[in-house]
Design a protein around this ligand. Sequence first.
Ligand SMILES: [Zn+2]
Ligand SMILES: [Zn+2]
Length: 238
Amino acid sequence: MGKIELDVHTHTIASGHSYSSMNEMVNEAKAKGLQLLGMVEHDVGIPGTCDPIYFKNYHVIPRVFNGLKIILGIEVNILDYDGKLSISDDLYQCVDYCMAGIHFHCYKPGSIEQNTNAVIETIKNPHISVIVHPDDGYCPLDYEKVVLAAKKYHTLLEVNNNALRSSSRLNSRENVIEMLQLCKKHQVKIILGSDAHIHFDIMNFDHIEGILEEIDFPKELIVNYDVDEFLKYIDKKV
Ligand SMILES: [Zn+2]
Ligand SMILES: [Zn+2]
């Protein structure tokens, strides 16, 4: 297998706490040799993010931008233990893909059963392609159940570089290792996300690489090496 072809968890200035324009993002991704760049902005619930009208106007943006293929999505918030999401239904048709995850601005951590149910119900949601950063020990999960659900419902679990280097999360590294070991055991594909909030961080996986090496995680299970493989996870969704 060759090199990393895609990074689809990145944010532009529109998310309110990120700092680069779309033009800067695309040029950085091109310079780093990516074949596909995905930009998502936070959904309502995260302070300072864009209004829904931002997503509704995505149609004006060419999906080949300065010669690079791009996709435009949304990072949706999981709101409760039943997997209720922040996104309004009319936005699904406006975006190329949806990622979803827990953010403490709009989710109160519950028991391991409650958190696991929240994530599994989101995995089952036919609009959601990726569960982002399921690694924070302050919101414990039953990883075996999550991994098996991801396999069954053809939803990707993300290993998030930004989360791994954050000091505000609990046991992220240990949780990612547990999740990856289970993905390896059950042959479940994952996606790496830089979660870049500034263009320099696009394709920055420096906190992930050592873990993948340490547990000898198979490249075949990482969709970032194959754009076509990744696209299978978003084609039937949204
Ligand atoms: Zn996030
Ligand atoms: Zn993000």
